[in-house]
Design a protein around this ligand. Structure first.
Ligand code: MG
Length: 369
């Protein structure tokens, strides 16, 4: 089996509500997503998605993703998509870095692999567990009252894990943490996510002033060294997210005891092939994971849930369904909210079918010469 054609689609994803993160510095109203379709010489079709949450969130942007796919396409075309490690290595040789672009191609290869053997992708990633995957809500930064109200709404929808965004003034953040701890429905769990917005002194003061609150704190600062400084001066569990990009980052974090959990975002680390290696290391070394998408439609969410479905639940905290924040739904099937939890679809491949009438014409097509 060989990859014959790669088609790239640009998909506009408006959010139902404007969203703020990283101390309110970043505001989003719509996402620019890229769907990648691969066609094989024997008639299989695979899909992948890349959506880096605009251009301001990560060192990644939608135009760069599509440009990198143009660069990678001649290397990938002609390869057997079922040989996911071979495709991964070939992409790394052809273009160092640009993991978020490689991810979309890698996902499409796993989709074909699953379809070609009639199995869901999670069965190829170690085998599905019977457990359901917990979903966490994402609560944009706002006043303490508004954030508590949002968490209560999410609780009504079945969410039991919440990720409110913090990272402005320390006094304001203390008020948020205390109000949310006070208003949190019984049995629910919370992660205060700063998305890199704080300096070490701010994070240390915030966490020390709220150290009686049973909560996780996520990615307090911009750099690894700053987060490590916070880790060494505080006691609550810390999750590293944006700065975990490759395997070496997780090795270093484990060596330094820099965190208790990581955000394993499939697109950021380069796709399922690379995420699986990190997943295995974390399972063995007791690092809990949020296995999730960087953003995008139910296609990107389902890719993450496929890996989560094949990962012991004790090694996970929660996934996130970005597609619930969107005003459009460009796909059929996929991992949906079943009341605060989800499951990977029991269909061959990723179990998601993009609706071609929504996608429109491809913005680029690459063929075998
Ligand atoms: Mg995060």
């Amino acid at each position: 089996m060989k990859i014959e054609r790669i088609s790239v689609f640009r998909v506009e994803l408006p959010l139902t509500h404007p969203y703020r993160l990283s101390g309110g510095r970043l505001r989003f109203e719509r996402l620019d997503s890229t769907f990648v379709r691969i066609d094989t010489d024997n008639g299989f079709v695979g899909w992948g998605e890349g959506c880096p949450w605009g251009s301001t969130y990560l060192p990644a942007f939608p135009g760069g993703l599509r440009a990198a796919i143009a660069e990678l396409a001649p290397t990938v075309i002609g390869l057997d998509p079922r040989r996911t490690d071979v495709v991964d290595a070939a992409m790394d040789l052809a273009l160092p870095g640009h993991l978020y672009a490689k991810s979309a191609l890698d996902q499409a290869c796993w989709d074909v692999f699953g379809k070609s053997v009639g199995l869901p992708v999670y069965e190829l990633l170690g085998g599905g567990t019977d457990e359901q995957v917990t979903i966490q809500s994402s609560i944009g930064q706002d006043t303490p009252e508004a954030m508590v109200a949002d968490i209560r709404r999410r609780h009504e929808q079945g969410y039991r894990v919440h990720s409110p965004k913090i990272g402005s003034d320390v006094d304001d953040d203390v008020a948020r943490v205390e109000a949310i701890a006070e208003g949190l429905p019984a049995g629910d769990s919370v992660t205060f996510d700063a998305n890199r917005a704080m300096l070490p002194d701010q994070a240390i003061r915030l966490m020390r002033r709220t150290d009686d609150v049973d909560a996780y704190f996520e990615q307090p600062c911009q750099t690894y060294d700053e987060c490590l400084q916070v880790r060494r001066a505080t006691t609550q569990p810390i999750i590293l997210d944006e700065i975990v990009v490759d395997y070496a980052d997780v090795l270093r974090a484990q060596r330094d005891r820099a965190c208790e959990a990581i955000g394993l975002k499939i697109e950021r680390v380069g796709g399922l092939t690379k995420a699986r290696r990190i997943r295995d290391f974390c399972v063995q070394s007791g690092i809990r994971m949020n296995i999730e998408a960087t953003g995008g439609s139910v296609l990107a969410d389902s890719v993450a849930v496929q890996l989560a479905q094949a990962t012991p639940s004790r090694a996970q905290r929660a996934t996130w369904l970005c597609h619930e924040m969107l005003a459009v739904d460009p796909c059929e099937g996929g991992a949906r909210n079943l009341g605060g939890h989800t499951r990977a679809p029991d269909r061959p491949g990723l179990g998601v079918e993009p609706r071609l009438e929504v996608l429109g014409e491809p913005v680029a097509t690459y063929r075998r010469r």
